[in-house]
Design a protein around this ligand. Structure first.
Ligand SMILES: *Cc1c(COP(=O)(O)O)cnc(C)c1O
Length: 365
């Protein structure tokens, strides 16, 4: 028996007729940059995320970077980021010339510890950039309250959290701006790269659109030094199809997570905790154990593919040597890098596969 970590082809196969039709429609439309496919997806995704505006961009990293630029965050500024996240969160801050200031996860959680943020705020802090990691929402209401008290902006990294909710409200407009990735493996994934921001702030929305279009809103007149980062119409067409299935696919992930959480109790693994106010979308189902490497190889021997998100925390990457955050400075992130293991999860994992993963884990954990 072989259980892949995630079967991307299966997501395409389920909707291949509709997706092929959408891609062909975009091809035949004559609009290859912007146009009706992009506008229609932006409107649908804004509605889905309960935000007033959505602006498509080239990818998730650009969404974060352009969000920071739209808030005039740059050289000399500090931005609070999680110590435990995908490196893109930090890279966006660095890309605008600002400094990422890491805050460790709360105990029993993989998300930033809201109670520890305040201690890291200095006169240079301009924004908090929380991540809804693994599809588990952070306590965004508490973060927004804290940010307001200190006059800081909130930029949410929602690259793993399409459809997640806090207190019954969708992630998408709690903070000043929310950044999304449509990388193929995300809960809402394109047939290639894609990204977007959502916001309730019209000025931020139009600034991101302008920045992603060479800093121009009127062709050949450039207000500032922008970049080229736009959502492709073919990707927008594919995303419009997939958006209709997102809730159903998230429900399937939820169902698998419920099975894992019930069946894996008592095996000595740390299982994900779901706060009462949170509705996660289970981008990943992550367990933790000091015996991680041994467990991973036992699962691999049984044909079960698992992944590690992430094996090296950003501060210990060569890319961040210059920050001089040596090993030992962020012990929680460093421990998680050694202990976390992502189990197979996705809308196309069969009930038989889930049962098999549970039975192997029960035998070897
Ligand atoms: C995927 C991801 C990104 C970057 O998105 P891309 O579209 O790959 O650029 C940023 N942050 C997090 C947390 C991610 O998982």
């Amino acid at each position: 028996m072989r259980v892949p970590f995630l079967d991307l082809k299966a997501a395409y196969s389920e909707l291949s007729r509709e997706l092929d039709e959408a891609v062909l429609r975009a091809s035949h439309s004559g609009w290859y940059i912007g146009g009706p496919e992009v506008e229609s997806f932006e409107a649908d995704f804004a509605a889905y995320t309960e935000a007033k505006y959505c602006v498509g961009v080239g990818n998730g990293l650009d969404a974060l970077t352009l969000a920071l630029r739209a808030l005039d965050i740059g050289a000399g500024d500090e931005v609070i980021v999680p110590s435990h996240t995908f490196i893109a969160t930090w890279l966006a801050v660095s890309a605008v010339g600002a400094k990422p200031v890491p805050v460790e996860p709360a105990s029993g959680s993989y998300n930033i510890d809201v109670a520890s943020i305040e201690r890291c705020i200095t006169s240079k802090t301009k924004a908090i950039m929380p991540v809804h990691l693994y599809g588990m929402p952070v306590d965004i209401e508490a973060i927004c309250t804290l940010a307001k008290r200190h006059g800081l902006a909130v930029i949410e990294d929602a690259a793993q959290a399409h459809g997640a909710m806090v207190g019954g409200k969708k992630i998408g407009s709690h903070g000043d701006v929310v950044a999304w990735s449509f990388y193929p493996g995300k809960n809402l994934g394109a047939l290639g790269d894609g990204g977007a921001i959502t916001t309730n702030n019209e000025a931020i929305a139009s600034r991101v659109r302008e920045l992603g279009n060479y800093g121009s809103s009127v062709k050949y007149f450039n207000e500032e030094r922008g970049v080229n980062s736009r959502l492709d119409p073919i990707q927008a067409a594919a995303l419009s199809v997939k958006l209709k299935y997102l809730d159903g696919w998230n429900k399937r992930r939820q169902h698998i997570a419920t099975i894992y959480s019930q069946a894996l109790r008592g095996l000595g693994l740390s299982l994900p905790n779901v706060p009462t106010w949170a509705e996660p979308v289970w981008h990943l189902y992550v367990v933790a154990t000091p015996e991680r490497d041994a467990l991973q190889s036992r699962l691999a021997s049984a044909g079960i593919q698992t992944l590690i998100h992430y094996p090296v925390p950003p501060h210990l990457q060569k890319a961040y040597q210059a920050l001089a955050l040596k090993a030992g400075t962020l012990p929680v992130a460093e421990r998680l890098a050694k202990e976390v293991l992502s189990l197979p999860i996705g809308p196309h994992l069969s009930a038989g596969d889930v049962d098999y993963v549970v039975s192997v884990l029960t035998a070897v954990a």
